[in-house]
Ligand binder design. Structure first.
Ligand code: DAH
Length: 340
């Protein structure tokens, strides 16, 4: 019996050492240590042993089983280690390899302009409000007092989604949203994308950007509007900028003005960029909020007045940096973008 057990042990070890694969390990385990394995088989002979021999053989059998189990575990760990080592070798990342230069990006000039302007207006006590690009006809036109037959409402000027919904043609509907939601007093700016059915040329794009401003309160006057615009234009475009206010018509303001600033290319002398006038034309639209618009949004127009302004972010970016063509802002040509 003793010899049989010892023989099983040496056979087992010999086979174990010959094994190359984890699956074969399991097969070996079942063969020797399984319920119907060789060890169990061998111990069936215990019954024939004397009372004295039985515990001795039992102890030996346990020792051999334990030894076999340990050897199996050890072997299995060795396999796993080898596998891991091989995988590490295969998947190695050579950090000494020279990489191709990857350029770090930065904000697009339009984003830079909007961030800068928002910072400027925040420093003057304005809040930043966001509005959706998909807007209701009501907010985009009706509540802004835009006449039913105004040409800007035309299908050929506006991207309609259905009769009641469109891609906003300006940021002015954010005025409506803000007044409806917060009531007076208000001091806000809102910048974002706007859309019009325009063909692309040097100064037009069907998608462009605007920034809107609205101040509503008691005793707000045209002087507040002009004071605010002067600070904003001089801070953003340069202290030597001159401004010119021309009467204009917008349905949502009364009175309304259009604002021109000194031509950035020639500083007012007159050059081809400004058509010899010395002015960058129509930089901005503004005015005193029409009482009807205040009332449309539930604000008492007897108690409160307000001013509003809106301008093209693309346009003002072009003026500031002397960019001759709006396409440059959307073509993503690195030779252009790198310069900012
Ligand atoms: N929404 C006008 C446009 O897109 C710009 C504008 C003019 C905005 C006058 C205003 C304003 O807030 O008071 O042409």
């Amino acid at each position: 019996m003793k010899e049989l057990l010892n023989q099983l042990r040496s056979e087992f070890i010999e086979r174990l050492n010959a094994i190359e694969d984890t699956e074969d390990l399991e097969e070996l385990r079942v063969k020797y240590l399984g319920k119907k394995g060789l060890m169990t088989e061998a111990l069936k002979g215990m019954g024939k042993l004397s009372k004295e021999e039985r515990p001795v053989i039992g102890k030996l059998a346990n020792e051999i089983s334990d030894e076999m189990k340990e050897a199996l575990v050890e072997r299995k760990e060795k396999f796993q280690e080898a596998l891991l080592r091989e995988r590490l070798k295969r998947e190695i990342i050579d950090i000494s390899l020279e990489k191709e230069d990857i350029d770090l990006g930065h904000d697009h000039p339009l984003i830079k302009t909007m961030d800068e302007l928002e910072d400027l207006f925040v420093s003057m006590g304005f809040k930043i409000i966001a509005g959706p690009e998909i807007e209701s006809v009501e907010n985009n036109f009706d509540l802004l007092n835009s006449p039913e037959d105004h040409p800007s409402r035309d299908m050929s000027d506006t991207f309609y989604i259905d009769e009641k919904t469109l891609l906003r043609t300006h940021t002015s509907p954010v005025q409506i949203r803000t007044m409806k939601e917060y009531g007076a007093p208000i001091k806000m700016v809102s910048a974002g994308r706007t859309f019009r059915f325009d063909d692309v040329d040097d100064t037009h794009s069907p998608m462009f950007h605007q920034m809107e401003g609205l101040v509503v309160g008691e005793n707000i006057s045209m002087a507040d509007l002009i004071g605010t615009l002067e600070i904003f234009i001089k801070e953003f475009l340069g202290a030597d900028m001159k401004t010119r206010y021309r009467p204009h018509y917008f349905p949502f303001t009364e009175p309304s003005v259009e604002v021109d600033v000194t031509c950035h290319s020639c500083h007012g002398k007159g050059c081809p960029a400004c058509g010899g006038t010395g002015w960058s034309m129509e930089l901005l639209g503004a005015g005193m909020v029409h009482p009807k618009v205040l009332e449309n949004c539930g604000i008492d127009s007897e108690k409160y007045t307000g001013f509003a302004f809106g301008f093209g972010v693309d346009r003002i970016t072009m003026v500031k940096y002397g960019i001759p063509n709006i396409r440059l802002l959307f073509e993503n040509d690195n030779r252009f973008l790198e310069q900012f």
